[in-house]
Unconditional design. Sequence first.
Length: 118
Amino acid sequence: QGQLVESGGGLAQPGGSLKLSCVASGFTNSIYDMSWYRQAPGKERELVAAIFTTGSNSNYGDSVKGRFTISRDIVKKTVYLQMNSLRPEDTAVYYCSVRLLPLLTRYWGQGTQVTVSS
């Protein structure tokens, strides 16, 4: 099957911004939705944001609403996560994920580290 390749992680100061990108390639089935999850040390993986590939519906985890924005480019099969007003508690490994039709099978990227610290 295909692969997901994330980029854009790194170090940011509190109050700063980062933009993550994830390119999906090699999938033979259609993508149903694209999403970002994150996992901090000692914590469970949690949904950050998700967006459908048709229409414009998206949803966000409560902790990032109003600060993060998910978007996608269907032609490029790329999903983005614009992260503003970053907080130390946003520090985590961020994973890109897609679900494929018809069974909504989920695939994961390898993850990219985001560290928010002064």
